[in-house]
Design a protein around this ligand. Structure first.
Ligand SMILES: O=C([O-])CC(=O)C(=O)O
Length: 166
């Protein structure tokens, strides 16, 4: 669960919004997974139509972190499917936000993890292992840095430079 509603976080942190330390992603993401509300420190990945690094990352302990995957906005294949959703759940990731697509939507929706993505596509991605980890990514209209905090609920997704307090 997010610690508090994103709308409330915006209303009570106007100064952080003014200086750009708290940003809302554009409302381009669909909601999947059991957790509609989730939050945590961000781990970033930058890939393109290749999900080897995504699997590698989700195989590690999530410890309540959120995996932010910049897939370049490609809708030509899926970067996360049911197996990876299960892996994320079992390894304690709070959520996954994909600037790209998912597949196995019914399976992902059964997983106890929050997932946001542009849409779904039944095609799998390539498996070459190309991409970068822990780099700044630009998606949803904002620059997102590894180690920043993400807060998601039914209203949308916030990125904060630091952990927000109530
Ligand atoms: O391995 C993939 O390409 C993604 C997938 O289908 C899954 O996670 O089940």
């Amino acid at each position: 669960m997010a610690a508090f509603p994103t709308a409330e976080a915006c209303d009570s942190n106007a100064e952080l919004i003014a200086i750009g330390d708290l940003r809302a992603l554009h409302p381009i993401f669909n909601i999947y997974g059991q957790r509609r509300c989730f939050s945590g420190p961000i781990v970033t990945l930058k890939v393109f139509e290749d999900n080897v690094l995504v699997r590698n990352q989700l195989e590690t302990k999530g410890e309540g972190q959120v995996l932010v995957i910049d897939g370049g906005g490609s809708k030509r294949c899926a970067l996360v499917g049911g197996n990876l959703g299960q892996l994320a759940q079992n390894n304690g990731w709070a959520g996954i936000v994909v600037n790209g697509c998912v597949r196995d939507v019914d399976e992902i929706n059964d997983c106890d993890v929050g997932v946001r993505a542009l849409g779904s596509n039944p095609l799998k991605s390539s498996k070459k292992g190309h991409g970068e980890k822990n780099v700044p990514v630009y998606m949803g209209g904002t620059l997102i840095r590894d180690g920043e905090w993400l807060y998601a609920d039914s209203d949308g997704i916030l990125i904060s430079k630091t952990e927000l307090s109530v």
